[in-house]
Design a protein around this ligand. Sequence first.
Ligand code: PEP
Length: 247
Amino acid sequence: MIIAANWKMNPPLAEAGALAAAYAGATFNGVTRVLFPPAPYLVQMAMRLDGSGILLGGQDCHQAVSGAHTGDVSAAMLASCGAGMVLIGHSERREAHGESDGLVAAKAGTALAEGLSVMICVGETLDQREAGDAEAVVTAQLDGSVPDGISADRLMLAYEPVWAIGTGKVAGVEEISDMHGAIRSWLAGRGLRGVPVLYGGSVKPDNADAIFAVADVDGALVGGASLKAADFDAICAAGTRAAAARG
Ligand code: PEP
C-alpha cells in the first residue's frame, strides 16, 4: 500500500517541521509513505525524513527543463532538493491553472527525463459523473496524460473524483471499485503491469479501511487528513491492516 500526503499550500514552515518529524517517528508495515510538501520546504523536509523511509515528492513541475519561467519550479530543481517523484495533473492544477492533458503529459515527460517518478492524477467532475461519463472522461485523461513508452516502475496513478476532493464527500466503494478496475484494464492494454493506482478524495481515518478493502485500490492520496499526524498515522495503520489482509 502506498499512502501519500499532499500538503498543498499548507502548513506554515514552523508547523511543517514538527509534522514531518511526527511522520518520521512512526512506522507502518506493508505501507510506503510519500510526502508532497510545498516546494520551498523540500530541503528541510528531506533532512527531517532522512532515514525514515518516507519518500519525498514535488507537487508540480514545469514542462521545460529550465529557462525564463518566473515562479515555476523545474523537475531538476525538485530532484536536487531531495525529491524522487512529482505529482502531476492534480485537479486543482487542471482547474485553477488550466492544465490540459497534453501539458500534463509534457510535464511528466520532462520529470521522467530528469530521473523522477511521476504520480499522475485523473478524475471526473460531478457533472461528468451525473451524465454517466465518468469512465470515458478518466480514460480520455489517461490517454492524453500518460506519456507513451513510460516504464511501469516510474509511474503511479491517483484516481481522484473532483467532487470528492476537500469536500468530505467520498466516492462509494462500488464507484471506486468500478473506476479502479477500468484504470487497471487501461493499464493492461498498454502493457503497464504493477502500476499502483491510489484513490484520493476525502480519505479519513473513519473511511480508510473500507476504501482499502477494495481490491484494485493500492493506497491513497490524502490531502486534508495529512495535516494532522494522528489522522495520517491512522490512515497508514489502515494501510497496514489492508496489506496484511492481502498477504
Ligand atoms: C488531494 O489533495 O489530493 C485530496 C484528495 O484532498 P482531500 O483528502 O482533502 O480530499
